[in-house]
Design a binder for this molecule. Structure first.
Ligand code: ZN
Length: 239
């Protein structure tokens, strides 16, 4: 067993979701941290921003340690090590005592069994996740969708163009043939055509799969919005 049983403390800042994360240390937090840190040495403060974590669907937290009271840190430096000449930016992001603590880089560890159980219990089966997320309205999705449809349109146009040019060159070639090679070449062309047709069908298969995926995504997204509208707005109206 390790000698160090306690390694720090954590608390949350459940403030409204804004431009910045609310993972920072307040003046009181730094005092509390210092009290323990001076006593134990290795003592870490973790601050969780629960509302931002929910909104962004990922864990938003910060790990911090306080500077010793005697230490004079560089001017205009935030806990993340970045400098900003505008101190109001620093206080907005890191609080009034931005120069009294510093940030540690967090990494996450999770065993495969724990991960599996967590996935089973939350991501796949928690209906709140489905109701609280609107994937099709996420900025990333909204900017990517037109690009995906453009790529798809380009894919289908390129294929029909290349098919047309292949056909033309085959016709030109056929006209210049001598009759004695005709049957021999007919056999060659039938093999060639069957291969090119197969490849065209394969490519069209991929186009079909991509368009089907986009259509299904939009269907699920929009029907989800309709359900939410009925569930939430209807109950609001009846009150
Ligand atoms: Zn706090």
């Amino acid at each position: 067993l390790r000698k160090d049983r306690f390694i720090g403390w954590y608390h949350s800042h459940p403030f409204d979701v804004g431009v910045h994360s609310n993972a920072f240390l307040s003046g009181t937090d730094v005092n509390t941290q210092l009290m323990w840190q001076l006593q134990f040495g290795k003592w870490v403060a973790i601050v969780v921003d629960p509302l931002r974590s929910l909104a962004k669907q990922k864990v938003e937290l910060g790990c911090f340690m306080a500077y010793p009271p005697s230490y004079d840190p560089p001017k205009n430096q935030g806990p993340d090590g970045n400098f900003d000449t505008n101190t109001s930016n620093l206080t907005t992001r890191w609080g009034a005592v931005y120069n009294r603590y510093y940030m540690l880089k967090p990494t996450f560890f999770m065993g495969s069994l724990v991960r599996h159980n967590l996935e089973m219990m939350s991501r796949k089966h928690l209906w709140i996740r489905h109701l609280s997320s609107t994937a099709i309205l996420e900025p990333e999705n909204r900017t990517e969708l037109p690009k995906r449809i453009n790529a798809l349109t380009k894919g289908t146009t390129d294929q029909s163009l290349s098919r047309r040019s292949t056909k033309k060159s085959e016709e030109a070639l056929a006209e210049s043939l001598n009759i004695r090679y005709f049957f021999c070449l007919l056999l060659f062309f039938s093999i060639y055509l069957s291969f090119s047709l197969a490849s065209i069908f394969l490519q069209e298969g991929i186009v079909c799969v991509i368009s089907r995926d986009i259509a299904v995504e939009q269907c699920i997204g929009n029907s989800g919005q309709l359900v939410k509208n009925v569930v939430f707005n209807a109950s609001l109206g009846s009150q």
